[in-house]
Write a protein that binds this ligand. Structure first.
Ligand SMILES: Cc1cc2nc3c(=O)[nH]c(=O)nc-3n(C[C@H](O)[C@H](O)[C@H](O)COP(=O)(O)OP(=O)(O)OC[C@H]3O[C@@H](n4cnc5c(N)ncnc54)[C@H](O)[C@@H]3O)c2cc1C
Ligand code: SF4
Length: 827
């Protein structure tokens, strides 16, 4: 059978989902599939852009289909190519750069664009948006906002709808003062009534957001660069960053110019076909079905399924009859579930509300003829599964309305995911139903990780993972399988750390590629490289065979990359003790290189921020000081207090000890960073008890050694490993603990997790009492690692390769071979 050609315009959430659904139904046997996407990437989860802006998601983690996926599936993707014209008569699609494709069937999935109101002063003289003005729709928008935010202080978001508030959350997380200006009388008027809007506003203001309601923006102030916003009422707001989030408009121009019937969106029937066109379909946010244009993902999952059924021939009669819109989302981290009507429409309607403004909770139900026709749940969505089920199925609601609002008050009335119908959607981010999950379990995906990987459930915001786990446990019962991969040191080599270390040593594997070759059937796994490199360095010291592609950018150039792609340089200042000459030297270098910021770090070091990559070797040479390893998964610093030499409370010379510790262990590779401190007495001015390893003088030349302390996102007082009575013994016991951690800690496991996992009693038995006669070997191995130390900044004199410090963006060719594009993040 000769294959037809299917062309899809738009590689967003709808277009790519359609292709996936089609392939799952054997569509590759019917069609050669060609896609155009004007974003230069594979398909990513647009919903998670808010997380990228807020810094909770790495851009690389939001991709649903990377470019390699298209290649693997035989789909030709013209990434970064905008379609400029559809010729319906000749059945041709003309893309930018002269790329033309013939189609037998055409699907338009061009989504929406941000609506930008005609503000005075929007653009500069060259017709571009003024510097500092953005919309929030794509990954590139996100990158541009983040970059500008690094040099901005005060942001205004125009629009207090869902997307505006999500942008505001991201900007708050980036440390800006954020103002939201909204035309209407309350926030999120499409989802919330006035009371709900007021409660949301109060909660958001409590988080530091400034909200201005009933404000009509008129003009963006500033010449080339925005510096304020002027309102219709004559008032104004100074700012240096503006995000316009005033609604969306379906992308329909292409269809309109091709003579396809367009109203607000591209008009389609229940078959998702444009009525007067035999072979043209539309879906997603650009489509208008039965008068409705949807702005959320759930409807497009359903549309993609129906269209795939039809096109694949599996069910040519499949129809899309519209979506009942119910939404469960998080607005700036606050849970919200909305379904159906917001307001009562007549006397027959019953309204049930509960409000607790101090807790930010608002619940409202609208009941008609004993059936739920609308609900708003803000701040507490525990009853959402119940309500969604009652709303979706139109079942009678219980007489006691409080059972509906507070599931725990009813008799076993909280329907767990187990009680929901198979068609119920479990993962909203990726449109995964209960049935999809159960099918995947029956196909053998019997661990949480495998199940999530196979279905994508839980890989978005992650809030449904507990439901996926419950479904798995219920489905497999006693046959549940423990996920062995949970114990692997790195995902790409199927061995736990102890076994991996044994194999590496037994086989003499000294490079990352040798490990893949010997222990992973030659399959290289990018995600595993840095963890393996760290372990090999730990095990082999100077005999480790370095392969540069196994390192992070920070480790390749020995400096910490910053938000604006410049680097931070922290020279080592042993024990935090410096001298006038050293300070003068640092000041001279900072001045000569116009360093953007000079900052004293929490670890008592001096950080020179804003150095371009190509300047790094010069700066290091001029400083003439060793690297402070402020970027590395290694020993970082030893913070010291004044100690007995000057402090009148001092019981021990914490400064001398700190310098000795730092000289000995500088740059020592480890599973995660290690911050140390010494304190001259239990007043603990250097916070030694909350460091990875700390020593506190307690008098009579004695020192307590603490391990596993933390004072970051988690705060934990370290456990006392032992008490020793000389500086030498402090160095010895600390080294022994560090070597044991280097050998047994999982990659990226901080000492506080490690100490809890192994247990302080066991550590004392092993390292202090030497129950298993390990001490001598550990002491010798840490000595070997200390002896192997080389200052990485010596590469200033001998770069590893000519382009080590030049500024290039790596290029990656895309699936169709038609474009080469820069990748966004350093590989
Ligand atoms: C920040 C943000 C947060 C969101 N949060 C939620 C949420 O929590 N819940 C929810 O349900 N929805 C949310 N949404 C909405 C959701 O992302 C959209 O409903 C969904 O992406 C629509 O899919 P689509 O494929 O129709 O459009 P899109 O995903 O926008 O894809 C359309 C693609 O077509 C491309 N394109 C357009 N014209 C052309 C052309 N001429 N040639 C080639 N390519 C073209 C576009 O560049 C784009 O890549 C959010 C959206 C954003 C921006
Ligand atoms: S910890 Fe004790 S010795 Fe050190 S500075 Fe504070 S008071 Fe002085």
């Amino acid at each position: 059978m000769k294959k037809e050609k299917l062309v899809v315009i738009g590689n967003g959430m709808a277009g790519a989902r359609l292709v996936e659904e089609l392939l799952a139904r054997g569509g590759a046997a019917h069609f050669d599939i060609v896609m155009f996407g004007d974003e230069p990437y594979g398909n990513y989860n647009r919903i998670l852009l808010s997380g990228v802006l807020a810094g909770t998601h790495d851009p690389r983690d939001i991709f649903i289909n990377p470019l390699s996926w298209y290649q693997e599936k035989g789909v030709t993707l013209h990434a970064g190519v905008r379609v400029e014209r559809i010729d319906g008569r000749q059945k041709l699609v003309h893309g930018a750069g002269g790329i033309t494709e013939h189609y037998d069937k055409l699907v338009i999935a061009t989504g929406s664009s941000a609506f930008v109101p005609p503000l005075v002063g929007l653009k500069n003289e060259s017709g571009q948006y003024k510097e500092g003005v953005f919309v929030f729709r794509t990954l590139d928008d996100c990158t541009a906002i983040t970059q500008h935010a690094a040099k901005a202080k005060k942001a205004v978001v125009i629009g207090g709808g869902l997307l505006g508030l999500e942008a505001a959350r991201g900007l708050l997380e980036l440390g800006l003062e954020v103002h939201v200006v909204h035309l209407k009388g309350h926030l999120m008027e499409l989802q919330l009534d006035a009371k709900g809007g007021a409660i949301l506003q109060r909660t958001l203001e409590g988080m530091g957001l400034h909200v201005h309601l009933k404000k009509n923006s008129r003009e963006l102030l500033g010449h080339e660069r925005v510096n304020g916003l002027l309102f219709d009422d004559g008032s104004s707001l100074a700012c240096d960053l503006v995000v316009i989030s005033a609604g969306i408009r379906p992308n329909v121009e292409l269809a309109r110019e091709a003579g396809i019937h367009v109203e607000r969106g591209i008009v389609v029937g229940d078959d998702l076909r444009a009525p007067n066109e035999q072979d043209i379909y539309a879906l997603g946010e650009c489509a208008q079905h039965r008068g409705r244009v949807y702005g959320l993902v759930a409807p497009l999952w359903e549309q993609a399924q129906v269209l795939a059924e039809r096109l694949s021939g599996r069910n040519p009669q499949a129809l899309y009859t519209g979506s009942q819109v119910s939404t469960k989302l998080k607005v700036m981290g606050i849970e919200l579930a909305v379904m159906g009507a917001q307001e009562v429409t007549g006397e027959q309607d019953e309204e049930v509300t509960y409000m607790d403004a101090t807790q930010g909770i608002y619940k409202k139900l609208i009941i008609r003829d004993q059936r739920l026709v609308g609900a708003i749940l803000l701040g507490d969505t525990s009853s959402a599964p119940n309500l969604l089920s009652a709303f979706g199925r139109g079942t009678q609601v219980p007489e006691s309305r409080s059972e509906l609002l507070f599931p725990s008050m009813g008799e076993a009335s909280t329907p767990s995911v187990l009680q929901l119908p198979d068609t119920a959607q479990v993962c909203n981010c990726n449109g995964v139903s209960k049935q999809n999950i159960l099918e995947a379990v029956s196909k053998g995906h019997r661990t949480l990780k495998k199940l999530c990987d196979a279905t994508r459930a839980g890989t978005g915001c992650g809030s449904c993972k507990k439901d996926v786990q419950a479904l798995l446990e219920n489905a497999v019962g006693d046959n549940s399988v423990e996920d062995p991969s949970a114990h692997y040191y790195v995902p790409g080599v199927p061995l736990a750390k102890a076994e991996l270390v044994a194999e590496i040593k037994a086989r003499g594997l000294r490079s990352v590629s040798a490990v893949f070759e010997a222990l992973a059937d030659g399959r290289e796994d990018v995600a595993s490289k840095t963890g393996l490199a760290s372990l090999l360095k730990t095990l082999w010291g100077k005999d480790y065979e370095d392969e540069r592609d196994a390192r992070f950018i920070n480790d390749r150039v020995h400096a910490n990359i910053q938000r604006d792609a410049t680097f931070s340089v922290i020279p080592r200042i042993f024990g935090g003790v410096t001298s006038p000459a050293q300070l003068r030297q640092i000041a001279d270098v900072a001045e000569r290189h116009n360093v953007k910021m000079v900052k004293i770090t929490g670890g008592q070091r001096i950080d020179l921020l804003g150095i371009p990559k190509e300047k790094l070797p010069e700066v290091w040479r001029e400083l003439g000081m060793p690297s402070g390893h402020g970027y590395a998964k290694s020993f970082r610093t030893c913070k010291t207090c004044v100690g007995s030499e000057f402090c009148r409370y001092g019981l021990g010379d914490s400064t001398a000890l700190g310098i000795a510790i730092e000289k000995r262990f500088q740059g020592l590779e480890s599973p995660h960073k290690m911050k140390l401190a010494t304190a001259g007495c239990p007043r603990n001015c250097s916070e030694a008890t909350t460091k990875d390893v700390g020593a506190v003088a307690i008098g009579g030349d004695r020192w307590e050694i603490y391990v596993g302390g933390a004072a970051g996102s988690r705060v934990r007082k370290g456990d006392i490993l032992c008490v020793v009575d000389s500086h030498e013994d402090v160095l010895k016991l600390m080294g022994r603990f560090m070597q044991y951690y280097r050998e047994h800690g999982k990659y990226l496991e901080r000492t506080h997790d490690f100490v809890e996992r192994v247990g302080i009693d066991k550590l004392r038995r092993l390292l202090v009492e030497d129950e298993e006669k390990l001490a001598a070997r550990l002491d010798a191995d840490i000595q070997a690692a200390v002896d192997a130390f080389v200052d990485p900044w010596e590469e200033a004199m001998r770069p590893h390769h000519p382009s080590q410090f030049t500024h290039t963006l790596p290029m990656e060719s895309e699936a169709s071979g038609s474009v080469a594009r820069p990748v966004t993040a350093e590989a």
